[in-house]
Write a protein that binds this ligand. Structure first.
Ligand SMILES: [Zn+2]
Length: 240
């Protein structure tokens, strides 16, 4: 399985040529509508992304990009997945019911070589999920946006302990865990590799990942910093 960080909480996963995007934010919607300052340009456009399936963990514009998703709904036949509030948004955007995969917390789905399982996330009043995905004998747990709660750790420990890669939010505000809580989650799950995410995109909502990486290092965990737009083979992460 290969992955490319798209910035913020967004990733493109590719296995056997099948392209699965999670929370891709590739437009300037948040800048225009909410006035946040974008720090890095999108690493690709909708054509390059070319997903077969898109999963949105929740209905916030940095995860369900209204511009990108409208484009995909109108111009492509990709499948779109997410929890109930995401499904509702997709219907309002004109996605045909047959293109919408239900993926609320506790639900599983298959998409090409990928097995998907939506797990708990605690993101304030917003219905959100975290996501466990498996393909080619490898596993990734992506927290999405979530606080560090008992429900999160219980759900993650039940299903995502020992994953090959943990992708964890570290920005510590607006409903997300901070780097210390992220490191605690990593310690509980003992993934083979952990990488921080959800920083570096907006000036008003970013942190330096160095403190998280140092904390993991002190705890003897293998932590790596991903680079936006660079494709990484999961099998190579351990050696890097
Ligand atoms: Zn977010």
């Amino acid at each position: 399985m290969k992955l490319t960080w798209l910035g913020q909480g967004g990733f493109l996963f590719v296995s056997e040529g099948f392209r699965l995007a999670v929370d891709p934010y590739l437009s300037d919607f948040v800048e225009r509508k909410q006035g946040l300052t974008r720090l890095t340009p999108p690493p690709m456009d909708a054509e390059e992304l070319s997903p077969v399936v898109v999963v949105c963990t929740h209905d916030h514009p940095d995860h369900l990009d209204p511009v990108l998703i409208a484009h995909l709904v109108e111009r492509t036949d990709c499948l779109l997945a997410g929890p109930g509030a995401v499904q509702e948004r997709l219907r309002k955007m004109g996605a045909a019911p047959g293109r919408i995969l239900p993926l609320s917390a506790g639900q599983q789905s298959a998409a090409g070589p990928f097995q998907l399982r939506a797990l708990h996330a605690s993101h304030g009043a917003t219905e959100a999920v975290s996501l466990l995905l498996r393909a080619a004998g490898q596993s990734v747990y992506l927290t999405g946006d979530t606080l560090y709660t008992r429900e999160l750790t219980a759900s993650a420990c039940e299903f995502a302990a020992g994953v090959d890669l943990l992708l964890v939010c570290i920005n510590g505000k607006w409903g997300n865990m901070d780097h210390l809580q992220a490191a605690l989650l990593a310690a509980l799950l003992a993934p083979r590799t952990v990488a921080p995410m959800h920083y570096g995109l907006f000036a008003e909502n970013t942190v330096d990942p160095a403190a998280f990486l140092a904390r993991c290092d002190e705890a003897g965990m293998h932590a790596v910093e991903l680079h936006v737009g660079a494709e990484t083979d999961l099998a190579d992460l351990r050696a890097n």
